[in-house]
Design a protein around this ligand. Structure first.
Ligand code: VTB
Length: 324
């Protein structure tokens, strides 16, 4: 882990948006082509290229995998020119490779930049997650409460019946009991096939109709979602699921002492953090890349925890051959 640094330069926020933009444009060339690997590779290559021209002393803390399993953007890889501030980078170059390959909604390129040593270095395991948007009393929902208790608490805080509450859950067999419990409590369930970072962030925007995110998804995605909520507002808790010894060893080597610990979002992303994402396909949070005559349009969100600024950038890029 790199040493703690002072606050992040605000200019970095715009630079991070440039990185996710480039990755999104490149992976968009693979939308609907049924080739997840190439879509992901395009995002990885582009992200790395763009990160490496930045004047930062960056270290990837959440990336494509361990050094021996990922040739690029592996955990521990140094990025940037090395000349600037120490920054920890968490990335999911293409969140939703299958969504991209199948041209389904909510695929996006995602990046968080944080003060050195302030992001939970989550191993590549699962995480049990719960998240709600901003404006609620602290501790309103809890991973250790039952689904019915959480839904009732949320409904009460919103002054509506549980029937008015919608939970977003990944469509996986492991969630059969959870989905049943949510429906039995009277709430609706919106199932997603992939992309739970978008699912968590959706709770912060009334227009999505999503009030709460629940269930088990990737731990790296959990930390990225926590980083986003630290900036945009909301609440989130996560608990690592380290079933096999190897994951425990990995988690321990990354500084996790208590394997059952319930992490609050401010423990997953404890310092100054910047979150950036660009849509690849149209989604709740972002429009995807649209190829038009003479170029492409990108839709990017960039947020900073220091100020709570949420910036949306709509850009037109001519000559996209420059990107690839
Ligand atoms: C989620 C989701 C990802 O993996 O974290 C999920 O956000 C969890 O893993 O887009 P399983 O697919 O094993 O359930 C993705 O769907 C794919 O990385």
């Amino acid at each position: 882990m790199s040493g703690k640094t002072t606050k992040l330069n605000r200019m970095l926020a715009l630079e991070m948006g440039r990185v996710t933009e480039r990755a999104a444009v490149c992976s968009s060339l693979w939308v609907g082509r049924g080739d997840e690997k190439s879509a992901d590779q395009a995002a990885v290559d582009a992200m790395r290229k763009e990160l490496n021209v930045l004047d930062i002393d960056g270290t990837v803390v959440i990336g494509e995998g361990e050094r021996d399993e990922a040739p690029m953007l592996y955990i521990g890889e140094k990025v940037g020119t090395g000349k600037g501030p120490k920054v920890d980078i968490a990335l999911d170059p293409l969140e939703g490779t299958t969504l991209t390959a199948k041209a389904m909604p909510n695929a996006m390129t995602v990046l968080a930049a944080a003060q050195g040593g302030t992001l939970l270095n989550a191993p590549d395991c699962y995480m049990d997650k719960i998240a709600i948007g901003g404006g609620y009393p602290a501790g309103l929902v809890d991973l250790d409460a039952t689904p019915a208790e959480n839904l009732e608490a949320l409904a009460k805080a919103r002054k509506v019946g549980v029937a008015q509450i919608t939970a977003c859950i990944l469509d996986r067999p492991r969630h059969a009991d959870l989905i049943r419990a949510v429906r039995e409590a009277g709430a609706r369930v919106t199932l997603i096939t992939d992309g739970d970072i978008a699912g968590v962030i959706a709770t912060t925007d009334h227009e999505t109709g999503i009030d709460i995110y629940m269930g088990v998804g990737g731990a790296p995605e959990g930390v990225l979602a926590a980083a986003a909520l630290r900036c945009i507002g909301g609440q989130m808790q996560g608990r690592l699921i380290t079933n096999v010894e190897e994951q425990k060893t990995r988690a321990a080597s990354m500084g996790v002492k208590d394997f059952n610990k319930k992490f609050d979002m401010s423990e997953m992303a404890s310092g100054d953090v910047i979150f950036a994402a660009t849509g690849v396909t149209d989604g709740w949070l972002l429009d995807g890349i649209h190829h038009e005559r003479g170029g492409v349009t990108t839709n990017t969100i960039v947020m900073r925890s220091a100020t709570g600024t949420v910036r949306r950038l709509n850009s037109f890029h001519s000559a996209i051959e420059k990107f690839t």
